[in-house]
Design a binder for this molecule. Sequence first.
Ligand SMILES: *Cc1c(COP(=O)(O)O)cnc(C)c1O
Length: 420
Amino acid sequence: MTTSIDSSSSSIAAVDSEAMEILAAEEARQHGTIELIASENHVSPAVREAVGSVFTNKYAEGYPGKRYYGGCDNMDAAENLARDRVKKLFGCDHANVQPHSGSQANFAVFLAHLSPGDTVLSLDLSHGGHLSHGMKVNVSGMLYNIVSYGVNPETEQFDYDEIHRLAKEHKPKLIISGASAYPRTINFDRFSEIAHEVGALHLADIAHIAGLVATNLHPSPVPTAEFVTTTTHKTLRGPRGGLIMCKEDFAKKVDSRIFPGIQGGPLMHAVLGKAIAFKEALQPSFATYQQQVLDNAKHLADALKSLGNRIVSGGTDNHLMLLDLRTNYPDVTGSDAEGWLEQAGIIVNKNMIPFDERKPIHTSGLRIGTPATTTRGMGSNEMDAIASMLDRVLRSGGEQSVIEGVATEVRTLCDQFPLP
Ligand SMILES: *Cc1c(COP(=O)(O)O)cnc(C)c1O
């Protein structure tokens, strides 16, 4: 397998052959596999250069113009650039670009608005929620009283009347919208309305769909939600990290909860990478990319359906879908499927489907997303090929000869679509 690292000029190769071997293996893996994990993507060479730059050497505790260390002029310039671009991209009042991750962004919002014991209404983990929205073993579940909403058993979509009812019954102080595995359009305006009616604030976590929101391909929560959090590394296609947007009234508090509340020095190499990614996201070509992500997801869902599969909620409005394995492959669990597909070079993650009867370590579903394959330039023909390969591997029940045949097809396909 080829790798883009030229070991003759690599500084890593010169000092550490073990690390070099691991890095080269990962480059080869990313080149040689079809990445369908909905939360992953491939960043541009410019973003990679930024996160591998001398910005990693600098402490910059504080915020632009108010740092606790000297020598921060360039850090200030980078952070201001990133903040200004976020404001332009999403139209928000205030942006904090320092969160190390999406989970940190959410925790800072909790600390800005809640006291321990306060009630939070959020999406059930097994219906597509995120661990930072109240999982028992996460700090969110340890500190706050979490009430969950799920999807409607018939439609497998949000039932806003039911969410309204739960909000009136439990009087939460915060309502969280946004998900890790929800394939449909989210009515953020309705979430804001419900929150405001019961005296709660609305946190919209757009970690998965930020790229779609930035390009107006999904309605934005920014006008009506007090807080909007996101990761920068999923559909937004930036470096690994988090971001908080909020109304001006909450700016000071949110900033102080990130630093010094829960973080020390910001990862300024990531902040520089975020600034670059936001510039990329402001280009017309990024909107074209996001539209192709949507087209590919729809095409892949339709192709899987035409092979007899059931897709949770009947389809997708965004970059991901949930395949219900029980229809075509009743004996195959999500963990079986994930393992066999990985052997064939197709990377997916097992996922609970709503009202799943299998345990979280097994599951009855796969979560499948198109951001990464679309970045490589794959389109509808490749989506048809991927649907066919998935179906053959799963139908075979992990038959080695079938897996090997598909693995050869995967390699041929990958060679035609280089990584950025
Ligand atoms: C991915 C994700 C996050 C944050 O993830 P990190 O791994 O902490 O960056 C937060 N919320 C949702 C809904 C997510 O999908």
